[in-house]
Structure formats: structure tokens, C-alpha cells
Write a protein that binds this ligand. Structure first.
Ligand code: BGC
Length: 266
């Protein structure tokens, strides 16, 4: 029996990058996946194609996670289709970079709305469904699992990305506080903090050799991450193998958070 057999997962921002990798990984582990996208229907279709190619099952659902009404509808539709939700991967996120003095109010607000408030709206809908349904024997020891996508920039300050780093630092405490509050309902909440993973969001940092070499100076393990590195961890966090893991943020970063600049300095 597959690790996530009979379980229903919603993955936000699953039309590209890390979200796409996670959706495919969860489906391979047996979950039925709601592939959420905001603007790239083509990307979401690709994700679903890949899921089906691997013998999995899923549906596509458009929703902007920064809009509470969209989020409600996404949960309602998924529950209508599959009966319930067992796993939420709060992945949707954006970067809207600018130097601090030039950062517009819109740059600030959009990133906070999607990367921080969006996770709140989705987690609240998920938690309501987990509480309504409770634990189902034979499916999972928990009533539900929430995985929040954070970043190494929840602890590594990032000039030129103050909106993004602030939102991610918020996610660190969001996940912990939620885990503390929802534990008695048998809901597990954990976060993943990826380092540099090869996706479109940071293509400039890894595509050409010069940029990649510069980036590798920040990665002791000397390789840029792949979406599968994060997908594997998400499957584990969603499964009962991690049933005693609660309120943790797991750094999957090839050592980026180990202050590599101190190796021969300080
Ligand atoms: C950002 C990427 C960046 C990585 C490491 C991620 O959270 O989205 O753009 O490459 O952190 O700095």
C-alpha cells in the first residue's frame, strides 16, 4: 500500500516549480491531488498530465490564494469531488523584488497578501475540514496535515527582498503557533524552508555558469536543489512516518543556512 493511499491533498501554486514537484510527488505516493493555479492553466494541465502518466489522479482548480472567497470555493469544490481533504500544501508564493527605497506599497502588499495571508486563508479552510471530519482509522493517525512552504529567508536576511523575507519569517511563527493550537485536534502543521531550488523564480541565479558558480559559493553541498528534493520531504511530512513531527521548520538547502562565509573567516 502506498504511503498516502486514500488521502486527498490540495497543493497551492502547483502549476510550476516547487508546487508542481510536490503535487507530482504526493500523487506518486498515492494521494489524489487538487492542482491549484492562479494564472497558468497550461502549467496546471502539465502537472495533471504528469500525475496521470504516473498512474495517479487529480483535478485542476483555479483560485487566487490571496482572495478568501476563491479559497473557500476551491475547498468546496475539492470536497465535492473527493469527499474531504487530508493534506494541505501551502505552497503558492511570489517574489516582487525591489530595493527598499524603491519598493512600492503594491510590491509590499502583494507579497504579504499571497505569501502570508494566503497561507492563513487556506490553512483555516483546511483546519475546519480536518476538525469536522476528525481522524479516520486506516487512513492516517492525524486528522489532517498542513505543510507551509517557507524559505531559508525566514532566517537569512535578504536585501532587496524585504517583503519576501518578512512574509517568510512570518510563516515560521505561523506554522509553530498553529501547531501549538491545533495539536489537540490531531492536526499536524510543519514548514519546509527550501534553499536555492532550480525553478523559474530564481532562473537568473542558476541558468548561466557565472551566476551558478556565484550561487554555489552559498551552498556547501555544491549543487543547486531540484524540486524532487522538496517533493520527497513533503511526502514524508504528509505521511504517518513523521507522525511525531509537529511545529517544525525543516531546512532543505544543501547547507545554505550554515553560514558558509565563516568556513575560512571569522
Ligand atoms: C527564493 C529563491 C532563492 C532562494 C535562496 C528562495 O526562497 O525564492 O529565489 O534562490 O530562496 O536564496
Amino acid at each position: 500500500m502506498k504511503r498516502l493511499q486514500q488521502q486527498i491533498a490540495i497543493v497551492t501554486g502547483a502549476s510550476s516549480g516547487i508546487g508542481q514537484g510536490i503535487a507530482i510527488a504526493l500523487a506518486k505516493a498515492g494521494a489524489k491531488v487538487c492542482v491549484n493555479y492562479r494564472s497558468s492553466e497550461d502549467g496546471a494541465k502539465k502537472t495533471l498530465e504528469e500525475i496521470e502518466k504516473n498512474g495517479g489522479e487529480g483535478v485542476i482548480q483555479q483560485a487566487d490564494v490571496s482572495k478568501p472567497e476563491d479559497v473557500k470555493t476551491m475547498f468546496q469544490n475539492t470536497i465535492k469531488e473527493y469527499g474531504t481533504v487530508d493534506i494541505l500544501v501551502n505552497n503558492a508564493g511570489i517574489q516582487q523584488d525591489a530595493s527598499f527605497l524603491e519598493m512600492s506599497h503594491d510590491d509590499w502588499q502583494k507579497v504579504i497578501n499571497v505569501n502570508l495571508s494566503g497561507q492563513f486563508y487556506c490553512a483555516q479552510e483546511a483546519a475546519k475540514e480536518f476538525v469536522r471530519r476528525g481522524v479516520v482509522e486506516d487512513r492516517s493517525k492525524a486528522a489532517g496535515k498542513i505543510i507551509c512552504m517557507s524559505s531559508v529567508h525566514d532566517i537569512i536576511p535578504w536585501a532587496g527582498h524585504v517583503n519576501y523575507a518578512t512574509a517568510k519569517a512570518g510563516i515560521l511563527m505561523f506554522a509553530k503557533s498553529l501547531a501549538q493550537e491545533l495539536s489537540e485536534k490531531k492536526i499536524r502543521v510543519n514548514a519546509i524552508s527550501p534553499g536555492a531550488i532550480k525553478t523559474d523564480i530564481n532562473r537568473d541565479a542558476w541558468e548561466d555558469e557565472e551566476s551558478r558558480n556565484k550561487l554555489l559559493q552559498l551552498i556547501p553541498y555544491q549543487r543547486v536543489g531540484e524540486v524532487e528534493d522538496i517533493g520527497n520531504a513533503a511526502v514524508w511530512l504528509a505521511s504517518d512516518e513523521s507522525d511525531y513531527v509537529q511545529g517544525q521548520t525543516i531546512y532543505i538547502d544543501g547547507g545554505m543556512t550554515l553560514y558558509p562565509g565563516f568556513k575560512d573567516n571569522g
